[in-house]
Design a protein around this ligand. Structure first.
Ligand SMILES: [Zn+2]
Ligand SMILES: [Zn+2]
Length: 205
């Protein structure tokens, strides 16, 4: 999977075996504060600094996953020119209607009974914008997460326009409640990555 992603031009970095997060930094990188972009570790075969270590270099990829074959694959979304909609299905009570789609007021006449997850807010937003709901978008890669969420992968149509990452819990820049955006400054777990919670399964394959 790392090689397939790299072949698409998407820089990859390892995730800690069984987890959806990168492994910790080496002792030097833990103790010395420095700019991850100038860190010598990734070039020397140590995948420090998470997505900053992302690479398409087959040698690095070979080294990393040979050393740790059970490591999952993270894709650095920014340099990959990817924007991934990360729809969560956490069972937490829905917030006030003004916080469901930040910046978009939801009229009192809209019945929000049963609204329970990012799938619902995403459908709401899609209806509002009269666009295809990304969760139903069969034209692109969709990946079911172990917690019942969904990652919907898009290539940036215009790579010059950058999108920043955001978390659905942020009151200001979120796309929708329980919907995160993975773009500049973020990474996404690649399909077939296995964690203790389960496997990231591509849909329709
Ligand atoms: Zn290091
Ligand atoms: Zn470093």
């Amino acid at each position: 999977m790392a090689r397939w992603c790299a072949g698409n031009g998407w820089p990859v970095h390892p995730l800690a075996p069984g987890r959806k997060t990168p492994p910790g930094n080496c002792p030097d990188c833990k103790t010395q504060h420095h700019d991850p972009r100038t860190c010598p570790c990734p070039g020397a075969g140590r995948p420090c600094h998470g997505f900053h270590a992302g690479t398409t270099d087959p040698r690095n990829i070979n080294n990393w996953w040979t050393a740790s074959p059970n490591s999952g694959v993270g894709v650095a979304c920014g340099p990959a020119n990817l924007i991934v909609i990360d729809i969560d299905a956490h069972s937490t009570p829905a917030p006030d209607r003004n916080r469901l789609l930040p910046g978009i007021p939801i009229h009192d006449s809209v019945d929000l009974n049963g609204l329970a997850s990012g799938f619902d807010t995403m459908a709401l937003l899609a209806a509002y914008r009269q666009q295809v709901d990304p969760a139903q978008d069969t034209t692109t890669l969709r990946v079911r997460t172990p917690s019942g969420g969904l990652h919907v992968w898009y290539r940036l149509p215009t790579p010059k326009i950058r999108y920043r990452s955001s978390a659905g819990s942020s009151p200001k820049v979120a796309l929708a409640w329980q919907v995160d955006v993975r773009a500049e400054g973020g990474y996404i777990v690649a399909p077939t990555t296995r964690t203790r919670q389960g496997t990231y399964e591509p849909l329709g394959t």
